[in-house]
Design a protein around this ligand. Structure first.
Ligand code: TXA
Ligand code: MG
Length: 326
């Protein structure tokens, strides 16, 4: 486990967790490790604390937050739980699945960006769970990056992005999945994947009916998916493994590469992963590393969309977008 001495970064001792719980109860911001990415946490029931999250991230106010709770029973205090949601919770909690359900009135409008629904998840990270239990409040936590930037997978990256505005960062080491949770809408009808993530479509389909993935209307149902996101500071071009145009279009400019397949020769630096899991785990940190390797752009290999490939494709496509969808 990494140990940073930078002010505000704490190892996950009992004392640090108890102190973080107090900061949260007092309306402060604490960055917490989860199995997916680091979150920027605040008391989800405290309007002012939640406003600090939006301000620190520079996050658009139309993008609602996930409530992190420690059990199904606790989730039932904040949302209307139906049979499908119960099945999903039994199979995938704790874990990287966020479930959108009709909200109960106790959840402040600012936390859910004025929607009538709320997103809930029980993370599979013992530090996060201990903190939620200690604080005895639901923790609203988006990924702890500046809005639009790649999500953070280490405490040090959180510090670089948000060090000025966060009260405490708990260092749980690098996150194990590295890509965010799958967000599903389980309010009515078939379960709809709003954002692919750590729990794959195939895993969900074994448990419930899942709406097909090619519905263009879906991007407007999850506010977060309307915005350009996950983007490194240099541009990103995608390679589907077939046409090599993307390499010939480099025209003398410096480029670097990340992906599963071997690239054509000529890169300033190339990072080749052994598996989809490794690609997912290192996707965001590699984007950040490659920003400073002296290249003008990154060529990223687009995996096919089975398993975790759907989530990796989604992040890469949004990182390569020129602008917001709307
Ligand atoms: O793995 C994760 O999900 C991480 C860790 C920290 O838990 N969190 C995370 O949060 O990625 P954030 O805020 O970066 O992404 C949450 C996504 C956004 O796309 C947001 O629009 C969507 O969930 N969302 C939240 N509440 C929603 C709701 N009521 N209806 C539809 N989409 C919602
Ligand atoms: Mg995010």
């Amino acid at each position: 486990m990494s140990r940073c001495s930078i002010e505000k970064i704490f190892p996950p001792t009992r004392e640090a967790i108890a102190r973080a719980a107090r900061v949260l109860r007092d309306g402060g911001l604490v960055s917490i490790p989860t199995e997916t990415v680091y979150g920027l946490g605040a008391n989800a029931l405290d309007q002012e604390a939640v406003n600090k999250i939006y301000k620190a991230k520079g996050r658009p106010a139309d993008n609602p937050l996930i409530l992190h709770v420690s059990s199904m029973r606790e989730a039932a205090c904040y949302a209307e739980i139906n049979h499908k949601a119960e099945l999903l919770m039994h199979h995938f909690w704790p874990g990287p699945l966020t479930i959108v359900l009709y909200s109960l009135a106790v959840v402040p409008a600012v936390t859910r960006a004025n929607l009538d629904t709320v997103a809930l998840r029980v993370p599979m990270n013992s530090i996060a769970l201990e903190l939620i239990r200690d604080a005895e409040i639901p923790i609203a936590a988006p990924s702890a990056n500046k809005s639009g930037r790649p999500s953070p997978t280490t405490a040090r990256i959180v510090y670089e992005d948000l060090g000025d505005s966060v009260d405490m960062i708990i260092d749980g080491g690098p996150t194990s999945i590295g890509i965010e949770s799958t967000v599903v809408d389980a309010t009515e009808g078939a379960v709809t994947i709003l954002r692919p993530g750590g729990v794959t479509r195939e895993m969900l389909e074994r448990i419930v009916d899942v709406a097909p993935g090619d519905d263009p209307e879906i991007k407007y149902r999850s506010p977060g998916t309307r915005h350009r996101h996950y983007a490194p500071s240099i541009s990103l071009s995608l390679w589907d493994g077939e046409k090599t145009d993307v390499f010939s279009e480099t025209r003398g400019s410096k480029w670097c590469y990340m992906g599963l397949r071997e690239p054509l020769p000529g890169s300033v630096r190339s990072v080749v992963f052994d598996s989809l899991e490794e690609y997912g785990r290192k996707l965001f940190s590699t984007m950040r590393d490659l920003e400073s390797c002296g290249a003008e752009f990154i060529i990223a290999d687009l995996p096919d969309d089975s398993g975790l490939g759907e989530a990796i494709r989604n992040r890469l496509m949004r990182a390569s977008m020129d602008d917001d969808i709307g």
